[in-house]
Design a protein around this ligand. Structure first.
Ligand code: LLP
Length: 420
């Protein structure tokens, strides 16, 4: 399967059974719109791929998208959670998740945050020896796991590769046995092992290499008298963002990885933490063309969403497919750069895209925007955060109101002496 594409009706892109133009008319732009059915399907597909082979827990990496409606849907599907901050934990508890369904994997964690996570009854996946010692000072008797640095990295951009040697994350594989023994001495109960090689990888092989490392460590730990109950392979399953890009072979991934576990260890449970795979293609970003400019060497389509709304192109040079939702499938006659309202040259959503003759007022759809889209958005240039909607059975509902100027001013204080 390649990138997700959509049907149309009278030249209008259909999303979740509705015309995108009608959804935009209802709630304004910029607007993230999520297709509930697709979200559920994505969760089920990844859970079923792995659970066919062994006991599986899917911990949705909620950093990708923490909208409460989306979290409620995934809770109802039976998902667990990978959380990276106390804020994400509080958000998931608010969405009704049981603390036992959440695992916390922080990096450079403060004592204050550790205490709060312990208070919430959420299991901690330790990232460093320092964190382990500080946790044991707060409370003993806790089940824990450790994030290891497997020396294998993968990802769509250097900024999102995490498992390579020398990475900021985890405990080097050479130090694992001594660290687990020390944890047991300190009164903690190490029961799991975790690694995350990076985000958006498109091939199965790095995951196999990661699993070879993890299973070897499980056996070393076993010899040292420590029984591991689950292996957490992290997240990172890529999705196709380009029309002809292939999807990762999920079934091959699941069968290879679970096979390595079953051939080499007695571990009965696998945990995985997909973020992007579950939410990316469930959501499009709708943005209005407000300006068309001929800059002699290029033409610009100016839209009302910039890197304040979707930062991935500016930050990682990430590709998102872009099309006209109100003249869907029309012949492409021009080449355009799609740029937003942020006053920086780096504010772009796509370079050199072929599109029909774009007019002011056209509705632009940006695909695969559900992962790290809204969750990385900001109020830069004093532009309030955008709205989010959910489409289900041909009906759209708002799941986040558009931000206001009050949101931008909230919590700011001007000393009285400056008000004269
Ligand atoms: N588990 C851990 C420990 C992680 O650090 C991450 C992502 C995930 C799971 C989920 O990875 P996923 O399945 O979504 O690839 N902002 C970047 C991605 C950063 C990912 C950070 N960690 C982007 O927009 O591509």
């Amino acid at each position: 399967m390649a990138m997700r594409d959509f049907d149309s009706q009278d030249g209008n892109l259909l999303f979740g059974g509705m015309k995108a133009a009608d959804i935009a008319a209802q709630f304004g732009t910029p607007l993230y719109v999520t297709d509930e059915a697709r979200l559920r399907e994505n969760y089920r597909r990844v859970y079923e791929a792995f659970s066919r082979y062994m006991e599986t827990e899917v911990h949705y990496a909620c950093k990708a998208n923490t909208n409460l409606a989306i979290l409620n849907i995934l809770r109802a599907e039976g998902s667990g959670i990978d959380a990276v901050s106390i804020g994400e934990i509080e958000t998931c508890l608010k969405a009704g998740f049981d603390p036992e369904k959440i695992m916390y994997t922080g990096v450079n964690v403060s004592n204050e945050e550790l205490r709060a996570v312990v208070d919430r009854g959420v299991m901690i996946n330790l990232d460093s020896v320092s964190e382990m010692k500080r946790l044991a000072d707060i409370k003993t008797g806790l089940n824990v796991s450790f994030r290891i640095t497997p020396g294998v990295g993968s990802g769509h951009d250097a900024k999102v590769i995490t498992g390579n040697k020398g990475a900021k994350f985890g405990i080097p594989k050479e130090k694992i046995v001594e660290t687990y023994l020390q944890a047991a001495d300190l009164g903690l109960k190490p029961i799991g092992i975790h690694a995350h090689i990076g985000s958006g990888g498109q091939s199965v092989e790095p995951f196999e290499q990661e699993m070879e490392v993890l299973t070897e460590l499980v056996n070393q730990l076993d010899e040292a008298g420590i029984k591991i109950r689950f292996i957490d392979m992290g997240g990172g399953i890529g999705v196709p963002y380009k029309p002809n890009e292939d999807e990762m072979d999920l079934n091959a991934l699941a069968s290879e990885v679970t096979d390595i576990i079953q051939q080499n260890t007695d571990v009965k449970k696998i945990v995985l933490e997909p973020g992007r795979y579950i939410v990316a293609d469930s959501t499009i970003l709708l943005t209005r063309c407000v300006d068309v400019k001929d800059a002699v060497t290029k033409k610009y389509v100016g839209v009302d969403a910039g890197f304040n709304t979707l930062i991935r192109p500016a930050m990682y040079d990430a590709y998102h497919y872009i099309t006209l939702a109100n003249r869907f499938g029309k012949a492409c006659t021009g080449r355009y750069d799609i740029a937003g309202p942020i006053c920086e040259t780096g504010d772009y959503l796509g370079h050199n895209r072929v599109m029909p003759d774009v007019q002011e007022g056209d509705l632009v759809a940006i695909y695969d925007a559900g992962a790290y889209g809204f969750s990385m958005s900001s109020q830069y240039n004093s532009r309030p955060l955008c709205a989010e909607a959910l489409v289900c059975d041909g009906k759209a509902e708002l799941i986040r109101e558009r931000g206001t100027m009050e949101d931008i001013w909230r919590h700011q204080k001007v000393p009285a002496r400056l008000l004269q």
